[in-house]
Ligand binder design. Structure first.
Ligand SMILES: CC(C)(COP(=O)(O)OP(=O)(O)OC[C@H]1O[C@@H](n2cnc3c(N)ncnc32)[C@H](O)[C@@H]1OP(=O)(O)O)[C@@H](O)C(=O)NCCC(=O)NCCS
Length: 159
């Protein structure tokens, strides 16, 4: 996965606190129930692994990973709509995987809405395996519709 050819020219770095407004802007364009600014600030202050993809001084994507005692959870990953399908999320994930492998955390877990076909395709392409389903876990992303299942997926990391 780490050696695949990608076309995103972004640099992946640790998030800085002053990146949060730009990250929040991408989150609001990407998530039907976006994290609040205070959630980002708490994640940052709590030492979560917070990565950004920076292209020509602009933030084009980000990922937030909660590092646990043995394993880790990918809490958020999103790319600016105009920068999608160019490999940015793949680069963010590869950086997270590399950092988690170095500190021997595995597997990397996540939850994804059943209706989020793009994200599920992304995770499947990145070799995440389906490990379970949480019924009616999410509030609906569409007004007036019922709740939605979460798919649980995991990626085993090699150190
Ligand atoms: C999911 C998301 C992060 C993917 O970001 P991205 O930068 O476009 O992903 P990449 O370019 O690295 O995609 C790599 C591969 O994932 C798969 N993929 C990504 N988006 C896809 C889509 N819309 N449809 C089908 N496959 C897709 C493809 O296999 C793709 O490879 P290809 O472009 O060569 O076909 C992005 O669509 C996004 O920000 N979505 C909104 C936020 C979100 O849903 N996050 C996940 C929450 S669990």
């Amino acid at each position: 996965m780490l050696n695949e050819l990608v076309f995103c020219s972004a640099e992946i770095t640790l998030m800085r606190e002053d990146d949060i407004p730009f990250v929040l802007d991408i989150e609001r364009q990407s998530n039907p129930h976006p994290w609040s600014e205070s959630s980002f600030r708490e994640a940052f202050a709590s030492g979560y692994l917070c990565l950004v993809a920076r292209e020509a001084q602009c933030i084009v994507g980000f990922a937030i990973v909660q590092v646990l005692v043995d394993d880790a959870e990918l809490l958020l990953i999103a790319v600016n709509p105009s920068s999608r399908r160019s490999g940015c999320a793949s680069m963010l994930l590869a950086e997270a995987v590399q950092r988690l492998s170095l500190i021997d955390r595995s597997p990397l877990h996540l939850e994804v809405r059943r209706s989020n076909a793009a994200a599920i395709a992304f995770y499947e392409a990145r070799k995440f395996a389906l490990t379970g389903v949480r019924k009616n876990y999410y509030p609906s992303g569409v007004a007036g519709q019922s709740r939605e299942d979460a798919l649980l997926m995991s990626l085993a990391l090699r150190s």
